[in-house]
Design a protein around this ligand. Structure first.
Ligand code: SAM
Length: 193
């Protein structure tokens, strides 16, 4: 069984958008308690790897494919620890897929929860741009609201396409959406830019 019912959301996202392939390197942000890590590990197989990051400690998954980092993605040093866990050099981009299920502690105040969610999603986006290979994919949870359109447009500039998707398993959390961004573009800097 899975550690969290949210595992089914990643299965549905992957079935919908074809994200995880055998041998992939995956970064999972907001990974505790580890449901998405379990699904990702199954789908990348023995030749892949999955690095999960969370504020909370994650109990050992007993999978040689999975590694975890405890840290706050709003702090720069966490990205440094993530880079070390990936074994990547300073400017190396070694990741095929970045997924983020990060969510703020809910205050119950809609506009505050929305703003915090978009802030976390932007941290995930920055992390994706730092680590994703050209052609890599990015999936991020957001709570719907007024700042979502701007965020979606910003993501769209860096990928071949972006779309919103609500997995069946998310229906109960009515404002929860996932943006699926496929195919990180890697436009070289041109003269005069
Ligand atoms: N996908 C996970 C699973 O399948 O087990 C469930 C993730 S849960 C919905 C959201 C997680 O985001 C929480 O574990 C929380 O600690 C984490 N989180 C929230 N803010 C964070 C931050 N600034 N840095 C790292 N993790 C964060």
């Amino acid at each position: 069984g899975y550690r969290a019912r949210s595992a089914y959301k990643l299965q549905q996202l992957d079935d919908e958008a074809d994200l995880l392939s055998p041998g992939d390197t995956v970064v999972d942000l907001g990974a505790a308690p580890g449901g998405w890590l379990q699904v990702a590990a199954e789908r990348v197989g023995d030749g892949g790897r999955v690095v999960g990051v969370d504020l909370q400690a994650i109990d050992d998954l007993e999978s040689h494919v999975v590694e975890t980092v405890r840290g706050d993605m709003t702090e720069d040093r966490t990205r440094y620890y993530l880079r070390k866990a990936l074994g990547a050099g300073e400017d190396e981009r070694v990741v095929d897929v970045v997924v983020s299920d990060m969510a703020p502690n809910m205050s119950g105040e809609y506009s505050l929860d929305h703003a915090r969610s978009i802030h976390l999603a932007r941290q995930a986006f920055d992390t994706a741009l730092e680590f994703l290979k050209p052609g890599g994919d990015f999936v991020v949870k957001v709570f719907d609201g007024p700042d979502l359109a701007d965020f979606r447009a910003d993501v769209g500039e860096e990928f071949q396409y972006v779309r919103a998707y609500t997995p069946e398993a998310s229906r109960k959390q009515s404002s929860e959406r996932y943006l699926i961004a496929k195919g990180r573009t890697d436009v070289p800097v041109t003269a005069g830019e």
